[in-house]
Design a binder for this molecule. Structure first.
Ligand code: HEM
Length: 526
């Protein structure tokens, strides 16, 4: 997906003679490759490519998932396109995603090699960028120990505390809901990962973390993440005085900030551990046994820990904003959920994670928020490590494979009236096999060996977040000067996350009693 966004720009920026030469070389390679591979079966169907450039013109930066889903309707479960010979495969059904990304995870578990983001900007050891192999296996092992389902209850008290702080900030400045959700996601991750409690919105690590997420999302991957040096790695050897080498100077500056963010919070945990004054966290849990303190282990730990901040920010903000939007558009759902919460929890306390089993309608809202909101509609691409064949179709090694979560979550046969927000669909009793197939968690957290390791943390934190919002706040459309409701204008400009751009809404506390409960909860840390 990343490749796609930058290519037209990239091509116009290059010297045209050079482009023609390069394209010709790639085309020869392609022709050879296709002839050679014809025996293995046809490529999966897809829109007709133009000679040499492939499907460059078919790919768009904005809401590519809509285009990919139109292809799914036209060509079926699996669609193949290519850009300058780089294959992109879209898997559009539960069956295709499970058969390939899950069941054949050992050959579909790689990630694309990005010279700029990885090697030059220092992100190559972030979990989401790590190539499949020994490093990624060691990182995943650490993540499973600290974020496996059995570890999550130890984070419950801090999830509750961060949720209450978030609601207090929302009450104080409702129009800044996006900033608050960013602060919530960052604060929760810093605490869970490093045991570091951010102080206010001008906190040093929060600021550094946000600066790095900004560098990553808005600079390194702003045009889609593919730079000329990713296509022609030889460019990395350009001296910094040479024309066209400014990317190297930028990369060096960004890398320095990334390294600060890898090192500084990690040193904080180590010195807190030495002083004996620390809050339990992902790092402290793994560092408590000093026998582990060898260079390899510490290197893995600090890079793994650092990956969590950027991985959790946009996903968490997107999920919250989708939930908020659903409540603005569906007052009947909000009212029904509040009725359930009031009857189960009553007016004397705030919700707790232990209330979960007693609130089936709230559970249905969370399910429907994942499904309707689809936070990462094309998931993140996996790189196929060996040639493969699926239903007689040949998938070349090196293809970037996307699970088209959007197409699955909008499949009318699985979800009648799929574009409507209807939590009731998750209240119906259905056969266990169908319930499993319709469970949005199977898709929205990615696939196979790269599936999101934060899922169990999100399951608790997102549930408490939406339940506490429902219990304490009224949400509705904003009003104009004539007191007429303003329809929220919804636009999705982010290329990877389906994060609604800021929209108008009205958020206010449900009652004086709620404000009192929130004040009482203040200062109760654990
Ligand atoms: C609503 C919240 C979240 C959603 C929807 C989400 C979704 C995803 C998706 C779709 C992927 C790509 C999986 C793939 O390549 O197949 C991913 C990867 C990842 N997520 Fe999450 N995520 C969320 C929150 C979090 C949180 C809170 C953390 C950490 C505390 C986290 C840590 C990661 C990491 C480290 C990866 C990279 C895994 C790898 O490549 O091996 N995520 N997530």
């Amino acid at each position: 997906m990343a490749a796609v966004r930058n290519l037209p720009l990239f091509l116009t920026a290059m010297n045209s003679a050079w482009v023609v030469t390069v394209v010709a070389i790639i085309a020869c390679g392609l022709v050879w490759r296709r002839t050679y591979k014809a025996a293995a079966g046809p490529l999966p169907p897809g829109p007709t490519p133009v000679p040499l450039l492939g499907n460059v013109r078919d790919l768009v930066a904005k809401e590519l998932w809509l285009v990919a889903t139109r292809w799914a309707k036209q060509f079926g479960d699996i669609v193949y396109v290519h850009v300058l010979g780089q294959g992109l495969v879209f898997l559009n059904s539960p069956e295709a995603t499970m058969a390939l990304l899950d069941k054949k995870g050992s050959i579909y578990g790689d990630k694309p090699a990005l010279v700029m983001a990885g090697e030059l900007c220092g992100c190559e050891n972030m979990v989401a960028f790590t190539r499949y192999g020994e490093t990624s296996k060691r990182q995943r092992k650490l993540l499973t120990r600290a974020f496996g389902i059995q570890a999550i209850p130890s984070y419950h008290p801090l999830i509750e505390a961060e949720t209450h702080s978030f609601i207090r900030r929302l009450v104080a400045e409702p129009s800044k809901y996006m900033e608050h959700s960013r602060r919530y996601a960052g604060g929760l991750t810093l605490f869970v990962v490093y045991g570091y409690e951010a102080t206010g919105s001008n906190d040093k690590f929060l600021n550094l973390g946000e600066e790095c997420v900004d560098i990553l999302s808005n600079r390194i991957t702003s045009g889609g993440g593919i730079w000329p040096v990713d296509i022609f790695p030889i460019l990395k050897h350009l001296p910094t005085w040479a024309p066209g080498s400014s990317f190297k100077i930028k990369a060096a500056a960004w890398k320095a900030r990334m390294e600060d963010f890898i090192d500084q919070p990690y040193h904080f945990v180590k010195s807190s551990l030495k002083s004996g004054n620390y809050a339990p966290s992902f790092c402290s849990m793994l560092l408590e046994d000093e026998r582990n303190w060898n260079p390899q282990f510490e290197w893995d730990l600090k890079h793994t820990a650092n990956s969590m901040f950027s991985a959790s920010m946009d996903t968490t903000i997107t999920l919250f904003c989708q939930f908020l939007l659903a409540m603005v558009l569906h007052p009947e759902v909000l009212a029904k959920a509040q009725k359930e919460i009031d009857s189960v929890i009553g007016p004397e306390r705030l919700p707790k994670l232990s209330d979960r089993a007693s609130l089936p309608y709230v559970e249905a809202i969370l399910n429907e928020t994942y499904r309707w909101g689809v936070p990462v509609p094309l998931s993140l691409p996996h790189r196929l490590m060996e040639d493969d064949v699926y239903q007689g179709m040949f998938i070349p090694r090196g293809s970037l494979v996307f699970g088209n979560v959007w197409a699955i979550m909008r499949d009318e046969t699985l979800f009648p009236n799929a574009s409507s927000f209807l939590p009731e669909r998750y209240m119906e009793q259905v056969e266990p096999a169908l319930a499993q197939k319709r469970d949005p968690r199977r898709y929205v957290f990615g696939f196979g060996r790269r599936r999101c390791p934060g899922i169990h943390l999100v399951e608790s934190s997102a549930w408490l977040l939406i339940t506490t919002v429902l219990a304490t706040l009224d949400i509705s459309k904003a009003k104009d000067e004539f007191n007429k409701p303003i329809e929220p204008k919804v636009n999705f400009s982010n290329a990877v996350f389906r994060q609604p751009d800021r929209f108008d809404c009205d958020i206010r506390p449900r009652s004086e009693r709620v404000l009192k409960l929130l004040t009482q909860a203040e200062g109760v840390r654990f």
